[in-house]
Design a protein around this ligand. Structure first.
Ligand SMILES: Cc1cc2nc3c(=O)[nH]c(=O)nc-3n(C[C@H](O)[C@H](O)[C@H](O)COP(=O)(O)OP(=O)(O)OC[C@H]3O[C@@H](n4cnc5c(N)ncnc54)[C@H](O)[C@@H]3O)c2cc1C
Length: 411
């Protein structure tokens, strides 16, 4: 098991270096998908923007994920409707759909490859009860005007290049895409640089404070930067900079394996609930399968700095494909790693101005790929042109579904 992902360890163009300047209009802290996207749209609008990243571009969750872009809520959509109410659930779902589209748009406009493959996503049902849950999800999704369909076993089997277990009655099909997340964020960060952004890696932000006069001071390991507006896009590490946010953002460790290359079997992102929190995978163009999940098998890890894989989770991940596809008895594993996700109590992200001109964004609850793209663009448009926050208003800290009574005071 390793401390970095397959994509992070591959050969990459190095994006970013150098000392940060002393002043900027905008400082974005963190160079995951959200930080890179936000900086990209800010720079594209002609603003002076500096990205400050403690390690390297895509060092955090984005660089360690499985690259599934699924334009829906982090929990089943019918459950999100029950928990959040229809208007909020629809707004979040819309943000996810917009984000998935935006990823494709940026890939095309900036000529990135990033192994981006648009298509569908399949959530396999692992029994009749699970099938009923999928059907409820599909019904709520379609009722609100979004795309979803049920494939029964006979329709599903031809889409999969290996025999399905008898226990799988069908699958929910949604639009979706797969991508190499590290290549994507490297490409978006490089595009932001071409549009004028300065990307500083190996520079840690130690404190951020509003200093009056419409200015914010960003204290870094390499000196202070005075900015007009700061966006803290550090996801699982938000509470390091803003301890009160620890009440609403909880780091949760996720874990993946990469198999040895296998014959082509899966041509889209897939998921199935084999263990309590579910499993998910994509097969890359070279045949390698990236598979994550099984986190209920290990002890909960809520320390974002750890990112150390657990042997029992690693072992359990190796049993997932054989349990769903009985002919896959021989699975060779080339790598295993872990990453820090960030969960909120109501499973939707936080986007808010927590002090004058200081924005905090994060808490993607294991589902940040579509949201990173749409939130990055909407926030940049709001900060540069004053365009309305639109659906982002549902993500403020004073929303009613954050149960912590102190949450309202965090804003
Ligand atoms: C194992 C795993 C599998 C996942 N699978 C999927 C999936 O298939 N699909 C999906 O949609 N989502 C998935 N997710 C979730 C998704 O990866 C995240 O929601 C998303 O990448 C968050 O992006 P981000 O830019 O907000 O944060 P991150 O990518 O975590 O980036 C935050 C950055 O901030 C930097 N940073 C932190 N503190 C500081 C500081 N003080 N100073 C400077 N820099 C700092 C970090 O180094 C890091 O690079 C998965 C996550 C994990 C861990």
């Amino acid at each position: 098991m390793q401390t970095s992902s397959l994509w992070q360890s591959g050969s990459r163009a190095v994006v970013g270096s150098g000392e940060p300047p002393r002043e900027a209009d905008f400082v974005v802290v963190g160079a995951g998908l959200l930080g890179a996207m936000c900086a990209y749209w800010l720079a594209r609008a002609g603003s002076s923007v500096v990205v400050v990243e403690r390690h390297a571009v895509a060092w955090g969750a984005t660089g360690r994920n499985s690259g599934l872009v699924i334009p829906t809520t982090a929990e089943a959509y019918d459950q999100a409707v029950l928990r959040l109410g229809a208007p909020t659930a629809m707004a979040i779902r819309q943000l996810a759909a917009e984000g998935a589209g935006l990823l494709g748009q940026v890939v095309e406009e900036e000529h990135l490859t990033a192994e981006y493959r648009p298509g569908v996503f399949l959530q396999l049902a692992t029994g009749e009860e699970d099938a009923a849950s999928c059907l409820a999800d599909i019904e709520a999704t379609r009722r609100h005007g979004f795309e979803a369909a049920w494939l029964d076993r006979d329709q599903l089997q031809p889409r999969i290049g290996t025999r399905l277990s008898d226990t799988i009655p069908g699958a929910m099909m949604l639009p979706g895409a797969t991508v190499n997340s590290v290549a994507l964020v490297d490409g978006v960060a490089a595009a932001a640089q071409r549009h004028g952004a300065i990307i500083c890696t190996g520079v840690a932000v130690e404190a951020i404070r509003a200093i009056g006069g419409g200015k914010v001071s960003v204290e870094t390991s390499h000196g202070n930067i005075t900015a007009r507006i700061v966006v803290a896009a550090v996801n699982a590490w938000l509470s390091e900079l803003f301890p009160l946010l620890g009440k609403v953002i909880r780091p949760v460790q996720g874990q993946l394996i990469a198999t040895q290359p296998m014959p082509a079997m899966f041509d889209c992102g897939m998921a199935a609930q084999v263990t309590a929190h579910g499993e998910y995978w994509q097969q890359m163009p070279d045949g390698t399968i990236l598979l994550g999940g099984c986190r209920s098998v290990g002890a909960p890890v809520t320390d974002a700095t750890a990112q150390v894989p657990q042997p029992e989770v690693h072992q359990a991940l190796q049993g997932i494909l054989p349990s769903l596809f009985p002919d896959l008895t021989e699975i060779g594993v080339q790598r295993g790693w872990a990453g820090a996700m960030a969960f909120t109590p109501d499973w939707i992200p936080i986007v808010d101005e927590i002090d004058e001109s200081l924005w905090a964004v994060g808490g993607f609850s294991g589902h940040g790929m579509p949201f990173g793209a749409s939130i990055g663009k909407l926030l940049a448009a709001h900060l540069t042109g004053g365009s309305p926050l639109a659906n982002l208003t549902h993500l403020r800290l004073d929303r009613p579904t954050l149960p912590d009574p102190e949450a309202e005071q965090l804003r």
